[in-house]
Design a protein around this ligand. Structure first.
Ligand code: ADP
Ligand code: MG
Length: 459
């Protein structure tokens, strides 16, 4: 029974092979598995309409995966209002499982951590690998090393995700009665102020109980700590109590402790006694992996190559913004009745973001770029796209790559395929020309001449 959710996850990924992502998003993913009976799986749907859709439209397409993972082909779909009755009746009929496993097992609702913010869903790159390793070590063996663990970095770079990943990990592998407390700095302050307002012992008692009885305390966004003496004092005492009792403390902030102006010196030095590590904005490779991971997790469908282009274009975006862009592109495609997001939707979204992609010129083609470059340098096409490495060929080839990217915004992978090279070589070529144009007048002139020739030809 504990595995019902895990099995359901596997089913979901199989369903998505026969069901469009829109269908999955709208009707299937919102279903909640409740119970596995002898010959049917019991699910809860959020609405009557969802139930009808699932039974009338999707059931047939779900059956083989259900059979494979649950050993049943039939489903029984409840509405949320019917759930309690069902559980009670089931328990009555099956006294051997009372108290019913389902109703009593810690549900997702008891776990305060976002189920999506796990270590598995966290993409590791050069810009976050150290903090990932530290967070993981803390989750696996709290209060052994890295205590306190202090994570800092700009907005949308994964601090909260890592805190929740630690929380989720601990929750899943929870030792009996371990008390994990997650709180944002703002909540901490508010509950302190509230406790004060209650004015009697009880209020403060409750407050102390909550925080000082934590085995693991996770505090998010400490930069919002107010410079009011009371709050700092309270935090300092909480920190000390826990620390001295050998409890793990994990803190996040948008900047390092020494730059938090409101932080008292003694707290600053306490933080410094632990492990302080930053997260940097993702580099190209990490952005690409993140984009690919999000596409996979959200079950979006993007045409091949779009991931590379987005990783390029979104170099100034944080991860939260990247997620938002992906969502917008996919939903725009869906709105237009498409199940696969294509370049035109990406262009439309980026244009609205004020990041217009060079609009593809239908008359200027990759072929035309190749032939124009060949003519200009008087070299053979087969050499240009071949493997020769002498300077007379290499430079025109790099210029050609640069032009394909800037003029046609052809995905890097596609350019790579044209030239039989991987995308890092393509990026290198493009960047090299981009740099040279800035410093080398001759290169600038050549590229400009080529561009105007191409434009003339395509008019
Ligand atoms: P912060 O707390 O640093 O402002 P969050 O942790 O809220 O940022 O992250 C913003 C979004 O980016 C979240 O949806 C999170 O899942 C995602 N994200 C951040 N870093 C990564 C990563 N390395 N891999 C996958 N997703 C990430
Ligand atoms: Mg955050």
């Amino acid at each position: 029974m504990q595995n019902i959710e895990r099995l359901w996850e596997q089913c979901l990924s199989d369903f998505s092979k026969n069901i469009t992502s829109v269908g999955m998003d709208l009707w299937i993913t919102p279903l909640q598995p409740l119970n596995l009976e002898k010959d049917r799986l019991v699910l809860v749907a959020p609405s009557e309409m969802a139930r009808t859709q699932v039974l009338d439209v999707y059931l047939m397409r779900m059956q083989s995966a259900l059979k494979q993972h649950f050993g049943v082909e039939d489903i029984h779909v409840l509405l949320p209002s019917e759930k309690e009755d069902y559980i009670a009746k089931y328990a009555e009929q099956h006294p051997e499982i009372a108290p019913i496993d389902l109703a009593c097992k810690p549900s997702a609702q008891d776990n305060p951590f976002n189920p999506r913010y796990t270590f598995d869903n966290f993409v590791i790159g050069t810009t976050n690998q150290v903090i990932y390793a530290a967070a993981r070590a803390v989750a696996e063996a709290p209060a052994v090393r890295f205590n306190p663990l202090f994570i800092y970095g700009g907005v949308g770079l994964g601090k909260t995700h890592l805190l929740h990943a630690i929380g989720n990990y601990l929750w899943e592998h929870k030792l009996k009665n371990m008390n994990i407390v997650y709180v944002t700095c703002e909540q901490f302050t508010n509950s302190y102020v509230e406790a004060l307002r209650e004015r009697h012992e009880k209020g403060m008692d409750g407050f102390h109980k909550k925080y000082r009885q934590a085995d693991i305390l996770l505090i998010d966004d400490i930069q919002f700590i107010s410079n009011k003496k009371g709050v700092q004092e309270e935090f300092f005492n909480t920190f000390n109590d826990l620390y001295q009792a050998g409890k793990q403390i994990i803190i996040s902030s948008d900047r390092p402790p020494k730059e938090i102006a409101t932080l008292e010196e003694r707290l600053r030095s306490r933080f410094a006694s632990g492990f302080i590590q930053d997260i940097q904005p993702p580099d190209f490779e990490t952005r690409l992996l993140i984009i690919q991971k999000k596409i996979e997790l959200e079950r979006y469908e993007f045409e091949p190559g779009l991931d590379y282009m987005l990783a390029e274009y979104l170099s100034n975006y944080n991860i939260r913004e990247i997620e938002a862009i992906l969502r917008k592109i996919y939903f725009l495609a869906n709105l237009n009745g498409k199940t696969v997001a294509t370049r035109e939707y990406m262009e439309e979204v980026l244009e609205k973001e004020g990041e217009p992609v060079v609009v593809s010129n239908s008359k200027m083609t990759q072929d035309k770029i190749i032939s124009t470059v060949c003519q200009y340098f008087m070299i053979d096409r087969k050499d240009l796209i071949g493997r020769k490495r002498n300077k007379e060929i290499v430079e025109p080839r790099q210029i050609c790559i640069y032009l394909m990217w800037t003029q046609l915004a052809i995905p890097l992978v596609t350019i790579g395929q044209i030239f039989g090279r991987d995308h890092t070589t393509i990026i290198h070529a493009r960047d090299k020309i981009m740099e040279m144009i800035k410093t080398n007048k001759q290169m600038k002139k050549v590229v400009n001449e080529l561009i105007s020739e191409l434009k003339d030809e395509s008019n």
